[in-house]
Design a protein around this ligand. Structure first.
Ligand SMILES: *Cc1c(COP(=O)(O)O)cnc(C)c1O
Length: 458
């Protein structure tokens, strides 16, 4: 039996959730055009659509909301965040933003020129889009193991250092205003980056005077993997490991909706005074004054407290442990998932789950619809609906290599019983998998298809 440490918190406020009947779910899903994004939250029993902005805040964070100082300039909560950033990350300057992508927009508009290159292990989609919006090239340099769903490499989020050297060689350091590392690698399944890799990347960059910025959204989960898997870190505290990671960086972007345990918030931090001054100008234009940046004083306070709570080792052990527990329960029954699981989600491998459904009939989407019909569970397809495209020359459909269904776990929200329920539903579906049918589009929008497409079963 897979093992799980008990929740390191007790429950003080509850939010009722409601399991509809199968007949109700059939009607709800049909009315939504079999697109899970159109199902109302009240009709979902266990919502695993995303871990972003879905955390449960602590009593201390809720108390912090009451301590919001809503002065326009230099409210006290600004200093709570400033102190947390300076203590944990060691950066001298920061600007608050309403979420992660706003920090990215300000950063790239400040430092990236048209025609520049920005390498990363893997850019998250908003990061890539913000680089491309200012005419830059976002380059992914993930190690080969990171793309292999069966590789058990302990740090599948690492950057390929040789490919980084080649890029610097090819385009020249003057065309690379900064490099990034995404901790953990969200688009690559939440896989961690090792401190040895951060070191090696920084070494190459330092030789050419290129700054390193970290996309720190899930840095605390990444720290837990370093502590568990990297030699020499078992006895270090998460805070000590955080300080070591960021001592190699020149700045970071952060979505507080992930590892700052808040429902909204983010920031951009850096040491360089020049970048800070220019970022302040854009911040005032797009987000707000330099000490609130699109957030209320109370939001800043909740984020400052959340930053500290996410470094609690008992919290991290349980958090990363929940993901592993769900993965182990599925693996025990042979359900095909991406291995090893990352820090925030379990990914079902829909091609191996439903080998009788060709990719043209959207096996990932079929699995998402079936999870809802069977158990009121909301997951998200990361496969053909999101990525398949028509080849411009031949007019033929190109399907992605991986056809995944992501089960993202909100932080501190669901208990082990909920996870057991999710595992039982999936195991039951897997035992009757040949009864599941493929799907086809009834409406196929030209862009960002997954948000608005409609489907039916074949
Ligand atoms: C969520 C996320 C972002 C963007 O943050 P938002 O708060 O959603 O704007 C950037 N990078 C990574 C790795 C993320 O997971």
């Amino acid at each position: 039996m897979p093992h799980m440490v008990p929740e390191p918190y007790r429950i003080k406020v509850v939010e009722p959730i409601h399991l509809t009947t199968f007949a109700e779910r059939e009607a709800i899903l049909a009315a939504a055009g079999y697109n899970i994004f159109f199902v109302r939250s009240k009709d979902v029993y266990i919502d695993l659509l995303t871990d972003s902005g879905t955390s449960a805040m602590s009593d201390s964070q809720w108390a912090g909301l009451m301590m919001g100082d809503e002065a326009y300039a230099f409210c006290r909560n600004y200093y709570s965040v400033k102190d947390a950033i300076s203590d944990i990350f060691g950066f001298r300057n920061f600007v608050p933003t309403h979420q992660g992508r706003a920090a990215e927009k300000v950063l790239f508009a400040t430092v990236v020129k048209s025609g520049d290159y920005v390498p990363s292990n893997t850019h998250f989609d908003t990061t890539r889009a913000n680089i491309e919006a200012v005419g830059g090239h976002a380059v992914d340099l993930l190690i080969a193991e990171g793309l292999d769903p069966t590789s058990h490499h302990p740090f599948k989020g690492n950057m390929d250092v040789e490919r980084l050297k080649d890029l610097v060689q090819d385009v020249g350091a003057s065309k690379i205003p900064l490099a990034m590392l995404t901790l953990t690698n969200n688009s690559g399944g939440g896989q961690p980056v090792s401190l040895a890799n951060i070191h090696a990347v920084k070494d190459v960059l330092s030789q050419h005077g290129i700054p390193l910025f970290i996309d720190a959204c899930r840095y605390a989960e990444n720290i837990y993997f370093i502590k568990q898997r990297e030699e020499g870190y078992t006895d270090k505290s998460p805070l000590e490991i955080a300080r070591e990671i960021f001592s190699h960086a020149d700045g970071c972007t952060m979505s507080g909706k992930k590892d700052a345990l808040v429902n909204i918030g983010g920031f951009l931090a850096m040491n360089d005074e020049g970048i800070y001054q220019r970022a302040c100008q854009l911040l005032i234009l797009w987000e707000g004054f330099v000490t609130y940046g699109g957030l209320a004083g109370r939001d800043l306070e909740a984020m400052a407290r959340g930053l500290w709570e996410a470094l609690d080792e008992r919290y991290l052990e349980h958090r990363v442990g929940q993901v592993k527990y769900l993965a182990d329960r599925l693996l025990e029954r042979g359900v095909p998932i991406v291995e090893p699981p990352g820090g925030h989600a379990v990914y079902l491998d829909a091609r191996r789950f439903l080998p009788h459904i060709p990719q043209a009939q959207l096996p990932g989407q079929s699995l998402v619809a079936s999870l809802y019909l069977k158990g009121g569970i909301r997951a998200v397809e990361i496969g053909s609906v999101m990525f398949a495209h028509k080849d411009e020359k031949t007019g033929e459909w190109q399907y992605p290599e991986l056809e995944l269904v992501r089960l993202a776990l909100p932080r501190r929200v669901y208990t082990q019983t909920h996870l057991d329920y999710v595992a039982d539903v999936i195991i039951e579906l897997y035992s009757k998998r040949e009864q599941l049918h493929g799907m086809r589009y009834t409406y196929e929008p030209p862009f960002l298809r997954h948000f608005t497409a409609r489907f039916e079963f074949v």
